[in-house]
Write a protein that binds this ligand. Structure first.
Ligand SMILES: [Zn+2]
Length: 433
């Protein structure tokens, strides 16, 4: 069984002034508590929550007797997390001050401090007793409720002072059992596309990450230059504008969408997903060798590992097994003849140095990932041309065929949730399949 957790953000309705004031007072006390605890933890070099709690519980209780006692626990958790990351920065010489500043705060609550009350309101313990808050459920929230996810006991609450609302960070959890796979779906992540292979058919999801990232790179640079000149290097308005570019969100969105299609396809067929095993530092190593600053930026941002992580997350949710194989030479060796494929200057199309057949680089990678998953890692024995058997069916590796994958532009796949729908539309608009 695997535990899967998802955070869902819901807002309360706009609260009456009187009720909201309670939360403002309450947040202020909670903030003071966290601030004191963080300073103490950093000063005494304490990273552990239990230690911090053991040393400070009594004092905090006497300072804030009106607060429910469990807030001391959650404030200690909050503070020790902050202290830990600050001490790490300090050790690396990256801390800008002696103590961390507690700027943004969210109130951590556990099962003693909040309770759902039906599906559309929650109760929160404060210094003025329990307060019932109505929330505004949305589609995503109902989806988790209807699909029988369980609410975790930990949650976080933030105040939106402008709208007199509470913002509540709920965590939904579910236990999922992994199924036993009946076949494989290979996934090869590249800079501008994600190649997958299902039942011997390769598909290329064009992601255009390169364009997206370079576009942002220039836009960000322009904003930076303009604002640095106007307001100096550390201006707030610059940060605000840069945040608005929402680079992260857009990229993440692409990742989730493509991961969704891949995982749902694997789930429907009850296949395991094959991914390249990338080391923690794989992108860094790749980057170190690249002199061109722009390209370095691009690769770092594409972060192959990031896409894999999203696929993993989604796979967990559906109980789809994920297999990792060694990525060595996956796009360089002919899967039929086990010799190198020659690519002429930067082309993605190459020719097998033995059989002379034409290969598309990303298709080669998918085949090799599949073969490695079936025959175990490392190099595999050469197999007679055209007779590789995968799941009992011969792999179509004729020496005359160009192994062109089916390329699917982002404008098409981004709007769909499953490969079937995508492919049907694809046929409808008359593209070759
Ligand atoms: Zn070959």
């Amino acid at each position: 069984m695997i535990r899967v957790a998802r955070t869902v953000i819901v807002k309360s309705v706009k609260l009456p002034r009187k009720v909201f004031r309670v939360f403002v007072e309450f947040e202020c006390m909670y903030r003071n508590m966290v601030e004191q605890l963080v300073i103490y933890a950093v000063k005494s070099n304490i990273r552990s929550f239990t230690r911090l709690k053991a040393l400070k519980y009594r004092e905090m209780r006497s300072l804030y007797p009106q607060l429910p006692s469990h807030y001391v626990y959650t404030a200690c958790q909050d503070a020790s997390t902050r202290a830990k990351s600050f001490l790490r920065l300090k050790k690396l010489g990256l801390a800008e001050s002696d103590y961390p500043e507690v700027r943004r705060i969210s109130i951590w609550v556990d099962d003693h401090l909040w309770k759902p009350s039906g599906y559309t309101s929650i109760r929160i313990a404060t210094h003025k007793g329990w307060v019932t808050i109505e929330i505004e459920p949305h589609r995503q929230y109902w989806r988790y409720i209807n699909r029988e996810w369980k609410l975790a006991s930990e949650a976080k609450v933030k105040l939106n002072k402008r709208n007199r609302q509470l913002i509540i960070y709920l965590t939904f959890v579910r236990e999922v059992e992994e199924f036993r796979s009946r076949g494989y779906l290979a996934v090869d992540v590249n800079e501008n596309n994600i190649a997958i292979m299902v039942d011997g058919i390769p598909y290329l999801f064009e992601t255009n990450t390169e364009k997206l990232i370079l576009g942002y790179h220039y836009r960000r640079k322009k904003v930076q230059e303009k604002y640095d000149k106007l307001y100096g290097k550390k201006s707030r308005s610059k940060k605000k504008i840069l945040r608005k570019l929402k680079e992260k969100e857009k990229k993440l969105d692409i990742k989730w969408k493509v991961a969704n299609i891949i995982v749902k396809t694997a789930y429907e067929k009850q296949y395991a997903i094959i991914l390249e095993k990338l080391g923690k530092k794989s992108t860094n190593n790749m980057i170190a060798r690249i002199k061109n600053k722009q390209l370095r930026h691009r690769i770092f941002q594409t972060s192959f590992r990031g896409i894999q992580k999203v696929i993993e997350e989604k796979a967990k949710e559906y109980g789809v097994p994920v297999i990792y194989v060694n990525p060595k030479n996956t796009s360089r060796i002919c899967p039929v003849h086990n010799v190198s494929i020659i690519y002429s200057n930067g082309s993605r199309i190459g020719r097998c140095s033995k059989g002379g057949e034409i290969w598309h680089r990303d298709v080669v990678a998918c085949w090799n990932l599949l073969l490695k998953a079936i025959w175990g890692d490392g190099s595999h024995a050469p197999s007679p041309a055209g007779s590789i058997l995968v799941d009992g069916s011969p792999v179509p590796l004729g020496s005359t065929a160009t192994h062109e994958p089916i390329g699917i532009p982002k404008s098409i796949w981004a709007r769909w949730n499953s490969l079937d729908v995508t492919m049907n539309l694809y046929k409808m608009i008359g593209m070759p399949t």
